[in-house]
Design a protein around this ligand. Structure first.
Ligand code: GLU
Length: 277
């Protein structure tokens, strides 16, 4: 009898747990992000803080600054009105997806490429920056492109959670890939000689070369990296509003103004390529 009561109470607790878990799950997935943002007049964006030109923490005033931060601010006002507020939360290549899934942020605008693999988990807006994967090396390096990297069996530095590390392993299978936590650490590792090259998107590498004139972007791009704003699946109203606002900012010149504001110091920057949709 005692055994039966114990089994019954175990069964009951399991049922209760299932009900609680599914209720929570439903609550998260049924949250209409756009509706709640309209009510609060605030959008919470996940942005990079280690990536010069896109999103970089300015230690002087504690603010994150870059093209993506400005674009997110412009999108927020376009979507919710002039008095609306953009809130920024720092993400890295590896934390951005779990932070979105946990509901810490409404959307990711953080150098994130729209890939078929990621589309299994999230929805993307239309492209807002068309990048391509490339290499950063010390000036005068014997590595001039990804083929040299492979031939010389060099060590290439990358960041956990980026697709760059997977791409380079495919394109240069003989190279060794060393993964760091973020781009600040990857740059430090390149400077201290832990690798002969650093790989990620050209736009990010330009930011590093502006800051470190002894290093240059080399060999052109070897994989296309179109950036999209990522949001949780089934947030269709938010995605539609984002795409409309993005098209309006492209049409009214704001988008181009922001591109020029952030990339005018980059020698040979291809504005047409970056603005490709
Ligand atoms: N665009 C690439 C990606 O989404 C590399 C840049 C990054 O690490 O954010 O993985």
């Amino acid at each position: 009898m005692k055994k039966l009561i114990r089994s019954l109470s175990l069964l009951l607790s399991l049922v209760a747990l299932t009900v609680i878990v599914s209720a929570c799950g439903n609550k998260l997935s049924s949250r209409n992000v756009y509706k709640t943002d309209q009510q609060s007049k605030t959008i919470t964006w996940g942005v990079k803080a280690d990536t010069r030109l896109f999103g970089l923490l300015d230690t002087k005033d504690g603010k994150i600054k870059g093209f993506e931060v400005d674009l997110a601010t412009a999108l927020t006002k376009q979507m919710l009105g002039k008095d609306a507020k953009a809130k920024f939360i720092q993400v890295t290549s590896s934390t951005r997806m779990p932070m979105l899934k946990n509901g810490n942020i409404d959307a990711i605008i953080a150098t994130m490429t729209n890939t078929p693999e990621r589309r299994k988990q999230v929805t993307f807006s239309n492209t807002y920056f068309f990048a391509g994967q490339s290499l950063l090396v010390k000036k005068g390096s014997s590595i001039k492109n990804v083929k040299d990297l492979n031939k010389q069996k060099g060590t290439v530095l990358g960041v956990v959670g980026s697709d760059s590390v997977e791409n380079v392993a495919k394109v240069a299978p003989d190279a060794k890939v060393l993964q760091l936590t973020d781009y600040a650490q990857a740059m430090t590792a390149l400077k201290s000689g832990q690798g002969q090259a650093l790989t990620t998107d050209n736009g990010i590498l330009y930011g590093m070369s502006v800051q470190n004139p002894g290093y240059e972007v080399t060999g052109g791009t070897f994989v296309s990296e179109p950036y999209g704003i990522a949001m949780d699946k089934n947030q269709t109203p938010f995605r539609n509003a984002t795409n409309t606002a993005l098209a309006e900012l492209r049409a009214n010149g704001t988008y181009n103004k922001l591109l020029h504001k952030w990339f005018h110091n980059v020698k040979g920057f291809d504005y047409k390529e970056a603005a490709k949709e």
